[in-house]
Design a protein around this ligand. Structure first.
Ligand SMILES: O=C(O)CCC(=O)C(=O)O
Length: 331
């Protein structure tokens, strides 16, 4: 039986023995016979040996590293675009700094362009960012990983370390089906170990999820708080300890990308040298069949000093060279 011809298993959530939840994505990579499927597809010429190696590593460790060998001009172009967006306070673009997403048009560069800040969906205002969002080698790899047509759903630009605690994306990134998510972290400069580099835990994609409430693996900001976050973190730490899994830092050269499984535990490591930047671009992908609309909640300032949430959504797709991704929902 090959991994590509078998009938799809519907995505589901089930209890893990001993506690927690497993996401059964139904994707071929998460089936027990996935390694045999790769060997078979390599034999019949459906995969190159490099693709087979990348997929094997991904299935075993939850990630793979791709050298993209990008043109130097792209990095300069991207930096120029980021400077322009901060300085012009670009309309219809969203940033976040130590809080929820807010409009770039009300950002103060001197206050908000700091560690923990990020720009959402820069691909709508930067050709360089768009070329990474629709990067064909990443899309091809993600398509092979998912075994289904993939779609880029969001991009995040970081100039500095995110300082985000170790987490698993499906807990905070909504998807149409459990586990239908892959991410790519692209280094826009050589990454120093003290700059708040991306941290990740190889092998953690096979661990069960913390069960916030019966049957619930997602964090809900309306009904949950710091205690829930701490309990989930402690659960994940204990699972990693029990299975002897260790945290590593991704310290790539500029142009290298780490592509991770939805369930891989990752985050921003502590910033040990505050003089260092950590320029990087993250793209999240879902399966086209399960993800019809992209949305973002932006907090808008009111005359009385309060903020109100506004949901921006889009079903507009951008396409290039057979790769597709959602437009910026805030545009
Ligand atoms: O870049 C980082 O530090 C973390 C990024 C991340 O967690 C994500 O985009 O899912």
């Amino acid at each position: 039986m090959t991994a590509v011809t078998k009938a799809p298993i519907p995505p589901a959530i089930r209890s893990a023995p001993g506690g927690g939840l497993f996401l059964d994505s139904g994707l071929w990579i998460d089936q027990p016979d996935a390694p045999e499927g790769i060997a078979e597809r390599l034999d019949n010429g459906e995969l190159t040996s490099a693709q087979a190696e990348a997929l094997e590593h991904f299935i075993r460790w939850g990630y793979t590293v791709v050298p993209l060998g990008l043109d130097e001009a792209l990095f300069e172009q991207m930096e120029g675009d980021v400077d322009r967006c901060w300085q012009e306070r670009t309309a219809n673009l969203v940033y976040a700094y130590d809080g929820p997403p807010r409009w770039m048009s009300v950002a103060d560069e001197a206050v908000h362009r700091k560690t923990k800040s990020r720009i959402h969906d820069l691909h709508s205002h930067s050709e360089a960012a768009l070329s990474l969002y629709l990067e064909p080698r990443l899309h091809e790899l993600v398509r092979l990983i998912m075994g289904e047509p993939a779609v880029a759903i969001q991009s995040l630009y970081f100039q500095f370390g995110s300082q985000q605690i170790l987490h698993r994306d499906p807990v905070v990134v909504p998807t149409g089906a459990p586990g239908h998510l892959v991410a790519a972290w692209i280094a826009l400069e050589d990454i120093h170990p003290e700059c708040g580099a991306l941290a990740y835990v190889p092998g953690s994609h096979k661990l069960p999820y913390y069960e916030f409430r019966p049957g619930q693996y997602m964090y809900d900001g309306n009904t949950m708080g710091a205690e829930d976050v701490e309990a989930a973190f402690a659960f994940d730490e204990e699972q990693c300890r029990k299975h002897g899994l260790e945290t590593r830092l991704f310290t790539p050269k500029r142009g290298e990308a780490l592509v991770w499984h939805a369930s891989l535990r990752h985050g921003g490591s502590p910033l040990l040298d505050p003089s260092l930047t950590r320029k990087s671009f993250v793209v999240h992908y879902a399966t086209q069949a399960t993800y019809p609309t992209r949305s973002i909640t932006v907090y808008e300032p009111q005359p009385d000093g309060t903020e109100v949430p506004r949901i921006c959504a889009t079903d507009r797709l951008l396409e290039r060279d057979g790769c597709c991704g959602f437009d910026n929902p805030a545009r």
